[in-house]
Design a protein around this ligand. Structure first.
Ligand code: FAD
Length: 301
């Protein structure tokens, strides 16, 4: 197992998290690590485990609600783990560092003549966070293009897991608390122009239906079982445009909460509770959060 004494060269104290999230809300992390190799990541996790620190993983912060007071314990960021390594023997197979961003990967793989990533158009996450969430939409999800992943366990052990061992389901995975260090993608050779064109068409649709220019964490709630989507229920429950402080439900897509500038985590929570209550009162359905909450207090859940 790798060791890094106290890992101080990859450690920052009291790093503000708000600017590292797409919602732009949140106080500092007491300890913030940004390892730049998988070995460093393993060493950091081993050390934090030995010290009994609580650890949270940060990708591109595009599905997160962080408390205004920030979080105690350690945050491990993947922003320096952005390698992309094509397999020399198998066309379309790439090992990608967990911090590599989905939009850049879509452009790069499409232009090189590989199809598959374009189903994630409009998703601003890292590839590691996207595997954790099994991100996707109506055109498919990460599960369709992943051959496996290298994980680092909380005690710092590095293991490779095949796709069918990752527990991927609708917006979820089962990684046993491990970090995703890298993802092995398996894409399909295709005409670059056709892939780029498909990606462009999907982006046009996204821009028309989602508030992509605004600060948000994407969809707040997952779609419940059954025919009605979360946004259908929210719209009928009258939450579109609902506002608290400087946060509001988007006029364009009723499952998005927007930071209009200066919103707090408290503002967002008030809106989440109000929306849930309204949907429950009208449809007797409980909406489950899609976003991850980082809170020192009691989570909304
Ligand atoms: C405008 C907009 C549109 C969006 N559209 C979609 C969409 O269509 N479909 C969709 O599924 N999502 C969508 N999202 C949500 C979000 O982009 C995805 O969930 C994305 O995959 C999250 O990746 P991230 O790197 O930003 O993760 P983060 O927000 O940083 O983290 C999310 C969760 O993943 C965990 N995590 C992050 N990195 C790792 C890692 N390396 N190892 C282990 N755990 C990790 C975190 O601890 C956290 O629990 C959208 C978001 C926005 C802002």
């Amino acid at each position: 197992m790798a060791s890094c004494v106290d890992c101080s060269d990859v450690l920052v104290h009291d790093e503000p998290l708000g600017p590292l999230t797409t919602l732009g809300i949140g106080g500092p992390a007491r300890l913030f690590y940004a390892p730049s190799t998988v070995d460093e990541l393993a060493a950091v996790l081993a050390e934090l485990d030995a010290r009994g620190e609580r650890v949270r993983f940060l990708g591109n912060g595009s599905n997160l609600l962080v408390d205004d007071e920030g979080v105690d314990g350690a945050v491990v960021s993947f922003r320096r783990l952005r390698f992309v390594r094509p397999d020399r023997d198998r066309a379309g197979v790439f090992d990608v560092g967990a911090g590599a961003l989905v939009p850049g990967l879509i452009t790069r793989t499409a232009r090189s003549g590989f199809a598959g990533m374009e189903r994630l158009v409009g998703i601003p996450g890292s590839i590691g966070g996207s595997l954790f969430q099994n991100a996707g939409g109506k055109d498919g999800s990460m599960a369709d293009i992943v051959e496996g992943a290298t994980l680092v366990t909380r005690s710092g052990r590095t293991v490779f897991r095949r796709q069918d061992e990752l527990g991927l389901g609708y917006r979820k995975s089962a990684l046993g608390g491990a970090a995703v260090a890298s993802v092995r993608l398996r894409l399909t050779p295709d005409d670059p122009r056709a892939v780029v064109e498909r990606a462009r068409a999907l982006m046009v649709y996204r821009k028309r239906t989602q508030p992509l220019q605004d600060r948000s964490p994407g969809c707040i709630f997952v779609n419940p079982h059954g025919e009605r989507s979360a946004s259908w229920l929210l719209e009928r429950a009258g939450v579109k445009g609902l506002r608290h402080g400087r946060a509001s439900f988007s006029e364009k897509h009723s499952n998005f909460i927007i930071n209009e500038g200066g919103a707090t985590a408290h503002d967002v929570r008030v809106l989440i509770r109000e929306a849930r209550d309204r949907v429950f009162d009208r449809f007797h359905q409980h909406l489950r959060l899609e976003i991850t909450e980082w809170t020192a207090g009691r989570p909304i859940g």
